[in-house]
Design a protein around this ligand. Structure first.
Ligand code: NAD
Length: 331
């Protein structure tokens, strides 16, 4: 099987090259460019393409991939909200993903953001570098005995719930399904109850029509004053302009974002020489209690190893006509 790999970074090539030696029937060609309707025709002659969270796998791209003869889209990530599944189904192109490569990688990053904004680590680091050893602006709160509210208790949300329990927090959660592995220490509540009771809210549900802008001016109004909000799931869960209004109204003690609505152009790019216009990200960064990272929740050695192995296993299963549970399809 020949796979054309889009949006290759050095660490992608390193981890896939390390694994692919164990898959003698798979050949990978790496491209730096991302998958878009314009670049999709490059896949002519390949059986599969491999894409990532910021790739444009929308209608036009899927059409172009179909014309190029591609039969398989390998998403090397868990989310697939950027894929037009209806079009893929129409053209009989299979879409496979890596549903759970390392939930702890993302959950640990969510707690990293929560702690960093709480104790203002981003400010403290800069202050001490400038020989400013004063503590002004750095006061945090204890997480111990506070309430953590987890929205979405799948693999990552469950890992975050366990981490919060380790901090001595009371853990409450909202999900459309209860996760039985958490029943000993998590209390399921309604979303409104979670918003009203939580000192730390961490988002771990997928982006779907029903969760788009889940955090908006109405839900923000229901939160406790002085809440810490962390989003490591998908940017579209939070309506950025409403979040900015909430920050200005002093609703939040801190906000930690690994994902945000405007991220697509930024993700994994060095744009330090550019003048960014109309950037709500820049506005968010102007607040002292906000910290943004660039979709790095997944980025650990263990996760990259698991991503490359599962992606190649998916390709093998597709060749053999086997089902793995990693397929995603329009209903
Ligand atoms: P998962 O499928 O295991 O869990 C998702 C949970 O959300 C499920 O329990 C589901 O029932 C719940 N859910 C669905 N609709 C809901 C709703 N309306 N309200 C509340 N809960 C709802 O997924 P996961 O592996 O835990 O990943 C969660 C999300 O994390 C992914 O969708 C992805 O967007 C994101 N993610 C981010 C990174 C990163 O690097 N920052 C990496 C991987 C995944």
């Amino acid at each position: 099987m020949k796979i054309l790999f889009f949006d290759t970074k050095s660490y992608d090539k390193e981890s896939f090259d390390k694994q692919v030696v164990n898959y003698p029937d798979i050949e990978i060609e790496y491209l730096k460019t991302d998958l878009t309707p314009k670049t999709a025709p490059l896949a002519k002659g390949y059986d599969a393409v491999c894409a990532f969270v910021s790739s444009d796998v929308g209608t036009k791209t899927v059409e172009a991939l179909h014309e190029a003869g591609v039969k398989l889209i390998l998403m090397r990530c868990a989310g697939f909200n950027n894929v037009d599944l209806d079009k893929a189904k129409e053209y009989d192109i299979k879409v496979m993903r890596v549903p759970g490569y390392s939930p702890e990688a993302v959950a640990e990053h969510a707690m990293t953001l929560a702690l960093a904004v709480n104790r203002r680590i981003h400010k403290a680091y800069v202050k001490v570098r400038e020989n400013d050893f004063s503590l002004g602006g750095l006061m945090g709160i204890n997480f111990y005995q506070k309430t953590a509210g987890i929205v979405g208790t799948g693999k990552i949300g469950a890992a975050m719930a366990r981490i919060c329990r380790g901090f001595g927090m009371k853990v409450i959660a909202y999900d459309v399904y209860e996760n039985p592995s958490l029943k000993d220490f998590v209390t399921y509540v309604t979303l409104d109850e979670l918003l009203a009771q939580s000192d730390l809210i961490s988002l771990h549900c997928p982006l779907m029509d029903s969760t788009y802008h889940l955090i908006n001016k109405d839900t923000i109004a229901k939160m406790k004053d002085g809440v810490i909000l962390v989003n490591t799931s998908r940017g579209g869960l939070v309506k950025t302009n409403d979040l900015i209004d909430g920050i200005r109204a002093r609703k939040f003690f801190g906000v930690g974002l690994d994902v945000y609505e405007e991220e697509t152009k930024n993700v994994f790019e060095d744009r330090s020489d550019e003048i960014l216009e109309h950037s709500t990200t820049a506005r968010l960064l102007s607040f002292p209690n906000v910290m943004i990272t660039s979709h790095q929740g997944f980025f650990t050695q263990e996760a990259l190893e698991a991503i490359s192995k599962t992606t190649l296993d998916n390709a093998v299963a597709f060749e053999k006509g086997e089902t793995t549970g990693n397929e995603v399809a329009a209903q």
